[in-house]
Ligand binder design. Structure first.
Ligand code: HEC
Length: 374
């Protein structure tokens, strides 16, 4: 074990001496450490503890950052991607906007050893029943995903033709328990019908999502949501329906081993008073690809195309089909702030329906504050 202890000492010295930007551990590779557990004990446990909970402050010799992980907290770790762990272990904390105390192991460990470590860390929560973060696919602009999330999203839709107008939504999604999420959506609209601008709240909604099924091996996840929509918007200005509604949808997402994915969401909105607003049905689809910079460990780009269909339950109503190419990109190093922009192009039934430019800024606040992780 003398070799092991010497390694731990070297790791700690290297961490202390680490340069501000990308600390690396300068240890000749070739330490024959067979299992993930052995590698963990030798290279990681000095700081993270044998049990993965973190070495007590007095022994570790550094101030634990607020985001210091406890690998047995399955509510916090299951949403992290294997790829995030790989990036941090390979390139060190600062590579993903974390503390420089977390060293880079790209010289000390082989990619295979790093994968063994990730598998070992996953062992703490494999049987916990929390859905895995890999199934948390990139959020599309319109199609809602199945994964229960902790995030705040600001979305905007700007009319690219016809009367000027901007429809914004402030969306707050809060996960509770393993499978549930509560969602609040407050629309703030600005319209310009007769040469004067009017701004006001639209119809706010409160939703509850439940994830019924997820399987990280097959890459599938299924959820359903129920929503109450309140008539908070002004009907006089055409940004409110004037009646409460109930809405419900099901969402199924599939991720393939190539990091290609699709998301399907289908549902209906049922107003209490159908003389004020029609019943509608919608069917949304998103197809996309996750692409990573920096040898698969850096910034993620997700080109997507959405195919959006909706129809009023009225005699003679036609199906509206829209196509929307878009691009999502992770803005912060930690990938917890993301931006998506796309153009929604009406494809059928185009009379009176103009193209729109949509974008959002998303903050996955479980991964850090707005000011952290850059
Ligand atoms: C010198 C101490 C030290 C050593 C050695 C060390 N770590 Fe870390 N590690 C940290 C600190 C501190 C953080 C928290 C960084 C932050 O939150 O800003 C961290 C964070 C991490 C994270 C990010 C977790 C998250 O919240 O996303 C992973 C994964 C990780 N370490 C794995 C390892 C592995 C695997 C090893 C061994 C190969 C290792 N660490 C060795 C100090 C260390």
């Amino acid at each position: 074990m003398a070799l092991g202890r010497a390694f731990v000492l070297l790791v700690c010295l290297a961490a202390l001496a680490a340069s501000a930007d990308h600390p690396t551990i300068a240890i000749p590779p070739g330490l024959k450490l067979a299992s993930g557990k052995r590698i963990w004990e030798t290279a990681c446990a000095a700081c993270h503890g044998s049990d993965g909970k973190g070495t007590p402050k007095a022994l570790a010799g550094f101030d634990q950052p607020r985001t210091f992980p406890d690998f047995t907290r399955c509510d916090q770790t299951t949403s992290e991607l294997d790829n995030d762990y790989r990036a941090i272990i390979t390139n060190g904390g600062p590579f993903r906007g974390f503390s420089q105390i977390m060293p880079a192991f790209r010289q000390a460990l082989t990619p295979k050893q790093i994968n063994q470590l990730i598998e070992y860390l996953r062992g703490f929560c494999d049987a916990s029943g929390w859905p895995r973060g890999e199934l948390n696919l990139p959020r599309a602009l319109v199609t809602e995903k199945a994964f229960p999330e902790n995030e705040t999203v600001l979305t905007s839709a700007l009319n690219a033709g016809g009367a000027p107008g901007v429809a914004n939504d402030i969306i707050e999604e809060n996960r509770f328990g393993k499978h549930d999420e509560i969602e609040i959506d407050v629309p703030v609209n600005f319209i310009h019908p007769e040469h004067t601008w009017y701004g006001g709240f639209g119809d706010a909604s409160l939703g509850l999502k439940h994830e019924f099924f997820s399987n990280s091996r097959t890459g599938s996840i299924f959820a359903a949501q129920g929503e109450i929509i309140l008539p908070t918007g002004s009907t006089a200005h055409g940004i409110g329906s004037g009646t409460p509604s109930f809405a419900t949808f099901a969402a199924f997402d599939q991720l393939f081993p190539t990091n290609t994915f699709f998301q399907v969401q289908a549902g209906t909105q049922q107003p209490f008073d159908t003389s004020k607003a029609p019943r509608t049905f919608f069917w949304y689809n998103a197809v996309g690809q996750e692409l990573y910079q920096s040898h698969g460990l850096g910034r993620m780009w997700s080109p997507m195309v959405e195919f959006l269909a909706d129809r009023d339950f009225l005699p003679g109503a036609k199906m509206n089909w829209d196509v929307m190419p878009e691009m999502q990109v992770t803005v912060s190093r930690r990938q917890h702030i993301r931006f998506d922009v796309g153009v929604r192009i009406p494809a059928t039934n185009t009379a009176g329906r103009d193209p729109q430019v949509l974008f959002y800024v998303l903050w996955d606040w479980q991964d850090g504050r707005l000011t952290e992780g850059w």
